[in-house]
Design a protein around this ligand. Structure first.
Ligand SMILES: Cc1ncc(COP(=O)(O)O)c(C=O)c1O
Length: 394
């Protein structure tokens, strides 16, 4: 039976890491994979998480199952963090999942369970896994314009024009903040206009928020999610704790599904639980428990907020310095967008050929679509990167 399986296309970002690891050049630079790295190239365990782990080791007396939808304390702490008081809690159903990826998959399975067959709309471009999960689940999907490759900013006119074609009940996936892969984000006015349009179309927003705290700040990065949560009768949120709590391998994510009223929410809640049961029964607990401890303990929370803020400001500073170094190299402000983008990524707007040249001739690795991880742009590498970018003709 297994011999009839077809080869699956390799994940190009994971493949890039393998290429990087096999490269013997000592001065190679990794701007590819989507994990945060500090100035030494490490992805550290955050201080508050380490401390929470110590406390948990002392306090935990059992490893028996949690609830099928995960721990209630985790749901509340995350709803506070992501949604604050933008929507009544009795309209939200929850489900802890293995990472944000699990939450995205879970929401789409929930949509399938409704029996509707809506089109799922994704930004063009978007995180590659969005499209492949929808494809894997056999769901119809479409793309809406998002990025202007010339200005390297949001192509808002194109976005509005494409989203004017959504049908009632279609699901529109929006990145809550720190758009992956472009780094270009909606401003407050644009969030408002998108909300108005989708309300008029009776579409259902689905917010993927995987980088809260990496962009403008913890509260600011939740602006769009909260705005929409306060306006729409139905909405989905997939939240990831991988990046902002630095707990990638613990696989910690959460679905929050907003229903029109508490009665519907109860049924939604039962369906979310059902989906978990069919897939893996109980969600991972360790990461969720650490996140709950960090968010609900004053001292741990302050420690986490401070470290996250350092991470954010470090990336912001790297953006400004790289934009400035490129300005010096090319004599114009055409890379100014790097300082305007937010989050861990920016799309440079290079051709695949130029990206390959950067890798082959300069040992600089970025994703084939010219997404670079700004966390890899450390002080001592800035000049090298800037010179190489100009040398390959970007
Ligand atoms: C836009 C986006 N959504 C969701 C995720 C999910 O992350 P994880 O499954 O590791 O929590 C990622 C991770 O790269 C992402 O970039």
């Amino acid at each position: 039976m297994l011999s009839s399986l077809k080869k699956q296309p390799a994940d190009r970002i994971i493949g890039l890491s393998a290429l990087y690891n096999a490269d013997p050049r000592s001065k190679k630079i990794d701007l590819g994979v989507g994990v945060y790295k500090d100035a030494n190239g490490n992805t550290p365990v955050m201080r508050a998480i380490k401390e929470a782990e110590k406390r948990l080791w002392d306090a935990e007396t059992t490893k028996t199952y949690t609830a099928m939808i995960g721990d209630g304390g985790f749901h509340t702490a995350m709803a506070d963090l992501v949604l604050s008081n933008s929507v009544d809690r009795d309209r939200i159903s929850f489900c802890a999942t293995p990472g944000g990826t699990g939450a995205i998959h879970h929401v789409l399975e929930l949509v399938k369970l409704t029996g509707a067959n809506p089109t799922i709309w994704f930004s063009d471009p978007t995180w590659g896994n969005h499209l492949s999960i929808a494809k894997h689940l056999g769901m119809p999907f479409a793309k809406y314009g998002y990025f202007d490759n010339y200005t390297r900013s949001v192509n808002f006119e194109g976005m509005i024009s494409d989203l004017s074609n959504v049908s009632k009940g279609d699901v529109v996936v929006l990145h809550g903040c720190c758009h992956n892969p472009t780094g270009a984000n909606l401003n407050k006015t644009q969030w408002g206009l998108i909300a108005d349009l989708l309300l008029e179309k009776e579409a259902i927003p689905f917010i993927d928020i995987a980088y809260q705290g990496f962009g403008e700040g913890l509260e600011e990065d939740a602006f769009g999610t909260r705005l929409l949560a306060g306006k729409f009768p139905e909405m989905f949120i997939a939240s990831s704790c991988s990046k902002n709590f630095g707990i990638y391998r613990e696989r910690c994510g959460l679905v929050m599904a907003i229903s029109a009223d508490p009665d519907t929410s109860e049924i939604t809640q039962g369906n979310l639980s059902y989906v978990n049961r069919q897939n893996f029964s109980f969600p991972p607990d360790h990461g969720a428990r650490l996140v709950t401890m960090v968010l609900t303990d004053t001292e741990l929370r302050a420690n986490w907020v401070a470290e996250l803020e350092d991470v954010r400001l470090g990336m912001l500073s790297a953006r400004k310095k790289l934009a400035e170094a490129l300005r010096v190299e090319c004599g114009s402000d055409r890379f100014g967008f790097l300082a305007e983008h937010r989050g861990m990524f920016s799309r440079l707007g290079a051709t695949e050929d130029q990206v390959n040249k950067l890798r082959d001739e300069y040992g600089i690795y970025m994703v084939f679509d010219s997404r670079l991880n700004i966390a890899g742009v450390t002080e001592e590498k800035i000049e090298t990167i800037a010179k190489a970018v100009i040398a390959v003709g970007i």
